[in-house]
Write a protein that binds this ligand. Sequence first.
Ligand SMILES: Cc1ncc(COP(=O)(O)O)c(C=O)c1O
Length: 465
Amino acid sequence: MTPDLPPAKTIIEPFRIKSVEPIRLLSAAERCRVLEEAGYNLFKLRSQDVTFDLLTDSGTSAMSARQWAGIMVGDESYAGSPSFQRFEAAVQGLTGLENVIPTHQGRSAEFLLMQALRLTKGDVVIGNTHFDTTRANIEHTGALALDLPCQETADTQSEAPFKGNIDLDALARFLQKDSRSVRLLIMTVTNNSVGGQPVSMENIRRARRIVEPLGIPMFLDVARFAENAFFIKKREKEFEGRHVREIAREMFSLCDGALMSAKKDAFGNIGGFLAIRNPELAESVRSLMVITEGFPTYGGLAGRDLEALAIGLEEILDEDYLTYRLRSTEYFGEGIRSAGIPVIRPIGGHAVYIDAGAALPHVPWREYPGQSLSVALYNGIGIRSVEVGSIMLGSRDPVTGEEQPAPRELVRLAIPRRVYTQSHVDYMVEMIGHLAKRLGELRGYAFTWQAPVLRHFTARFKPLG
Ligand SMILES: Cc1ncc(COP(=O)(O)O)c(C=O)c1O
């Protein structure tokens, strides 16, 4: 007989490795040189010079052996390919939504939906917090993209379990005042813009109950639906014993449609879709998409991509994988926090957000503490992160043109799916621990060049002092 053993504390990947890719370990002097050449902008680094690329979790997943096998059987017929039929069946089976329309990525699904709804000036689309491409696609039509995040979001250190929720009272108040202009509600699960925080089933249900009697459709942005469903299982009592597939199904049963960037929770390197209940709305999307995406059975993708996504949508619902995924991200965040660097709490599903403003109190916002910390993470450790602070989200006073700070100075460390191992995470935590003791030595940065829009992608900087 085997004695009962306690559960292991060590996190393991529930997969083994069949194919590997080398990562380069540059010396500190080499990293210093490439940083200077890149104008201290991490977007301008060559990815070969990065050891741990935590710039994004989007399109960066490792595909499984089954997905690669799917690539080989992809059928590239222009219309009605069996690869589309398999993709359609996978999305219908997952969501229960009849009309499945592939798109080349998430933002094209957003574009098509907003155009098909014929949004115009004076219209409003409410969200728990719109992702930036969603906002851009709404505003492009002249409509207003209104965020109503719940109150708990404001306190970055509280442990509230569902900080991705929408503020239901604010939603009801807004609709009482003016429901006619509201054309759509979008619930983004998980809520990327507030740190990958989950949305509870209770919140989705109650939001639905508010908008349904008014005839306002509710869509879900499901880029990270499986991570959200697993948080529900872990944190919402009613769902404790339910399989994540059933939880996801219940989320989908509450909506009129879903938009997905399949570059996240479908383990895709490219792809997206719209799944819509209303056949007329779906038909408008199909008529529109031939102008930009192509025929409605491939939507800008190759047949092989559709195969890989169909398999990825099934693999993401493996609870061993999701246990590892959320625990490993949490472990990374806890490690950074134990080193004395403040992070947004609780740790979200796909990323750890460092509060660089609090970590570098001696660097004023005008000298960009997020930039200072993200350059140090690369220079010292080879980690590429992204500043989500006044460089990316700062604004200008419309009258004086004066630069205004972002609400927070954050650095995001997004974790690609199935790419880095737990020993990579341990290495990063150890090295961040060393860096944490030297934060007082970090200095700010100034722009030497910036573009008028989306400056963070192309700007150049110089270190100060
Ligand atoms: C919540 C959410 N919605 C939409 C998108 C846009 O998707 P894509 O990058 O595939 O266009 C993203 C991308 O990061 C996202 O996180």
